[in-house]
Design a protein around this ligand. Structure first.
Ligand code: HSE
Length: 399
């Protein structure tokens, strides 16, 4: 099977190297082209700067898109599908925005559009949501979806290093996005959560600026050590619930007691879980970022195509309504301005540098936090995980 790789950065190089090593199952894979943008100089015999050469070559069956970003990745994927090429991508941003369109065009052209590597890196997550969704309505998804932020939080806690130092390390290790603000501010998780919800709920969830997404840009070494002394660890989480015809969706830092799986998920690892009615809770752990784990998931998709192992078909025809306030939770907030009056309808108490606000709807908390940050850009909040009777960490659902 002849394939073309669009992009030769961290992940593209990983795919190329795994195929070149010729493990027994990849011996029938042949990288015919590696597409690089015109301004880069040739590195390999396979290199081309002509996308048209690739899509017009009848020998190419699979196009792997690892350019990242929205354009030209969006147009290249559509063009490859319309030229009857199967497409595999690790590009979370483009999938989150255009999954519905890609699925429709792939179906029209009787080819596959697969994206296992886009969420959880090397962790088999998309395939396992698909399996769970064959039997159950998946009604809860949550987890540590970003390797870079987990690496940063973990290293800050273990070594006391500063945020900027550990971000530099994450970049050197190839975990961070080209613009690491996507990792730090939660938008990479937001894209991954959209993709997961799309598959789990069979409903296209468009990434929108008004979603409750709050990151770790403002976390300090003092925050981390204060929580550590109390036996807590901060993790940047994505969380979603589906109840009847409504769903919620939030990205936020969350405090976990030291005995939980989340608190013990280290380095670049992801820990992602789903809940279904008959399967209960399923948790998946694996390297969520990095060259070879991500490339491994791409190779798995290529092999699925080669071996005719079709993935679950989704039409995204269910109509669910996004409700930012479907869940409520406890939050610790620190700011230099007087903000308490904003929360006068809720129980509050001072906890050291922070104010603990009890059982406030999640969407409301995020919108009030946006107001506070207009006056104090360094203000920061963290959700406090609640542990259910089954030992599952979750925000309470509003009745
Ligand atoms: N920057 C991403 C992360 C890469 O750190 O998780 C994998 O999606």
């Amino acid at each position: 099977m002849n394939i073309a790789i669009l992009g030769f950065g961290t992940v593209g190089t990983g795919v190329f190297n795994i195929i070149k090593k010729v493990y027994h199952l990849t011996e029938n894979l042949h990288v015919k082209y590696v597409f690089v943008r015109e301004n880069k100089k040739d590195q390999l015999a396979e290199t081309t700067a002509s996308f048209d050469e690739i899509v017009n070559d009848p020998e190419i069956e699979v196009v792997v898109e690892v350019l990242g970003g929205l354009e030209p990745a969006h147009q290249y994927i559509l063009s490859a599908l319309r030229h009857h090429k199967h497409v595999i991508t690790a590009n979370k941003a483009v999938i989150a925005c255009y999954l519905e369109e890609f699925t429709k065009v792939a179906t029209e052209n009787q080819v596959h559009f697969y994206f296992e590597s886009s969420v959880g890196g090397g962790t088999p997550w998309i395939s396992e949501i698909e399996r769970a969704a064959r039997v159950d309505d998946v009604d809860r998804i949550q987890g540590i979806f970003n390797g870079t932020s987990n690496f940063i939080l973990d290293q800050m806690k273990q070594s006391g290093a500063t945020f900027d130092d550990v971000l530099g390390q994450a970049q050197e290790l190839g975990y961070a996005e080209a613009d690491p603000s996507a990792d730090i501010d939660g938008w990479d998780i937001a894209n991954k959560l959209c993709i997961s919800c799309d598959i789990a709920y069979d409903c296209f969830v468009s990434p929108r600026q008004d979603l409750p997404v709050f990151g770790i840009r403002n976390i300090t070494a003092a925050d981390i050590s204060t929580f550590a002394r109390q036996g807590y660890t901060v993790k940047l989480m994505g969380k979603s619930h589906q109840i009847g015809t409504a769903f919620d969706y939030v990205v936020e830092p969350t405090l976990y007691p030291s005995y939980t799986f989340e608190a013990n998920t280290h380095e670049n690892y992801n820990l992602i879980s789903l809940h279904g009615q008959t399967v209960g809770d399923l948790r998946f752990i694996g390297q969520g970022a990095g060259q070879l784990p991500t490339a491994n998931a791409i190779i798995q998709d290529i092999l699925d195509i080669m071996q005719h192992r079709d993935h679950l078909e989704r039409g995204f025809e269910r109509r669910l309504t996004f409700q930012a306030n479907l869940s409520k939770g406890d939050y610790l907030l620190r700011s230099t301005i007087n903000f308490q009056w904003l929360f006068s309808n809720y129980d509050m108490r001072k906890v050291g540098e922070y104010v603990l606000i009890h059982q406030i709807p999640v969407g409301l908390m995020h919108s009030l936090m946006k107001n506070i940050q207009e006056k104090d850009p360094y203000a920061w909040m963290v959700s406090v995980a609640a542990i259910s009777n089954e030992g599952v960490v979750q925000n309470a659902i509003l009745n």
